[in-house]
Design a protein around this ligand. Structure first.
Ligand code: CP3
Length: 368
């Protein structure tokens, strides 16, 4: 047993940079806060070193490894938030499914769900505190080791995105096996989505108890649904999760901002802004100004530079960032990419992105 097993989720160091939390609550801090999805990732040589030769999910199950990988990007860049290193697929694992991360192939389920009868293979009652304790330990350890530099974000996959992985068994371009369920087995689909939502609620509440200071829900596969299917199979669960998590936290006197990232769900922007989340995170296919017009003052916005803009020369990155800031404005706004960083991205350009957000936003706020 290592010393870290005795680290408890209390007496955390005082938070020194709360720009991210203030922006999430709709305020205008002294600069626009910035972080990147997949900021802990293979684009960093120090990340590849820690991951080398180890199984991905073994790494996820080691609180010490998760803590180190979460802290790595903060040593390089002045990010205003951190996100715990983990994966959305720990939930299907907690429900009894076997998932491996295969090099060059990505996540792969040994035995994906094929027909509704397969739901019986899933654990009927998941003991989240037991099955996902390693994530809670990673959060607590990281919250201590981060020394109050920036807030720590916890996360989960949303029910539809997890359902699609559990049925497809891995990445897919059409997601036709998962969508087949929606059309052919709508009742079983709802049953599975509800099972997932129940686990997710416990998981998010547990992450806050462990020390997470904000929560992001990834509906990465929203875009493969049309508006009608999104309204039936995704949105109600996203709403239900936020409402139930908030109710549960309230009972305990806790309150953290929640972020919803429904990738490519432009058609649902208005509905997402009325779904009990403080922040709506956007992919790069939405124009910042029109996103603001469509959501008004109801929510803070996060996003949405095309990750591929990081392949541009630094001066161009700076220009793109300035236009993005002018579009979103500096109040209730968290700068980020429209999706995660890719492994072949140059860390220097990530640094240029972060610096550009800080510099341009300070100027814009001063000029007001
Ligand atoms: O820095 C962070 O953003 C925190 C860590 C994080 C990871 N996965 C680490 C990871 C987060 C937030 C995720 C979420 C996640 N995982 C999502 C939702 C976000 C999104 O990208 O839409 C999804 C869909 C997954 C499933 C998953 N895990 C995929 C598709 C992959 C990529 C597989 C590949 O080979 O490219 C992963 C693996 C993964 N998760 C990596 C990282 C850093 C890279 C693999 C590695 O480290 O070996």
């Amino acid at each position: 047993m290592s010393n870290n097993d005795f680290i408890l989720p209390k007496d955390f160091p005082e938070l020194k940079n709360d720009t991210f939390l203030r922006a999430a609550r709709g305020e205008e801090p002294e600069h626009v806060p910035v972080w990147c999805m997949r900021q802990a990732g293979r684009y960093l040589p120090e990340f590849r070193e820690i991951r080398a030769g180890k199984d991905f999910f073994d790494t996820c199950r080691s609180p010490e490894n998760c803590c180190e990988l979460t802290l790595q990007p903060l040593r390089r860049f002045p990010f205003d938030a951190s996100i715990i290193f983990s994966d959305i697929l720990v939930i299907p694992q907690a429900m009894g499914m076997e998932v491996q991360m295969l090099t060059g192939k990505g996540p792969t389920f040994t035995d994906p769900l094929k027909e509704p009868e397969d739901l019986q293979r899933l654990r009927a009652k998941v003991d989240v505190n037991k099955e996902l304790d390693y994530v809670f330990k990673a959060i607590t350890l990281t919250r201590h080791k981060i020394e109050g530099k920036v807030p720590l974000i916890g996360f989960t996959g949303a029910p539809w995105t997890l359902m699609s992985y559990m049925i497809e068994g891995g990445g897919s371009t059409t997601h036709s096996k998962a969508k087949r369920w929606l059309y052919r087995h709508p009742d079983s689909s709802h049953m599975l989505l509800k099972m997932l939502a129940d686990v997710i609620v416990e998981y998010l509440v547990g992450q806050v108890a462990a020390g997470a200071q904000a929560l992001q829900v990834f509906e990465s596969h929203a875009g493969i649904l049309g508006p009608v299917e999104f309204r039936e199979f995704s949105l109600p669960y996203l709403r239900d999760i936020a409402r139930r998590v908030k109710d549960r936290l309230k009972e305990k006197g806790q309150d953290v901002p929640m972020i919803v990232f429904a990738k490519d769900a432009h058609y649902a922007l208005e509905e997402l802004s009325e779904s009990h989340y403080e922040v709506v995170s956007l992919d790069w296919t939405i124009d910042p100004r029109s996103a603001r017009e469509r959501t008004g003052e109801k929510v803070s916005l996060q996003g949405n530079m095309d990750p591929c803009a990081l392949y541009a020369p630094k001066e161009q990155i700076s220009d793109i960032v300035r236009k993005m800031l002018e579009g979103f404005g500096t109040r209730g706004y968290i700068a980020n990419l429209g999706h995660g960083l890719y492994p072949d991205m140059d860390p220097e350009n990530v640094g240029a992105f972060v610096d550009a957000v800080h510099q341009h936003s300070k100027l814009l706020i001063k000029q007001k």
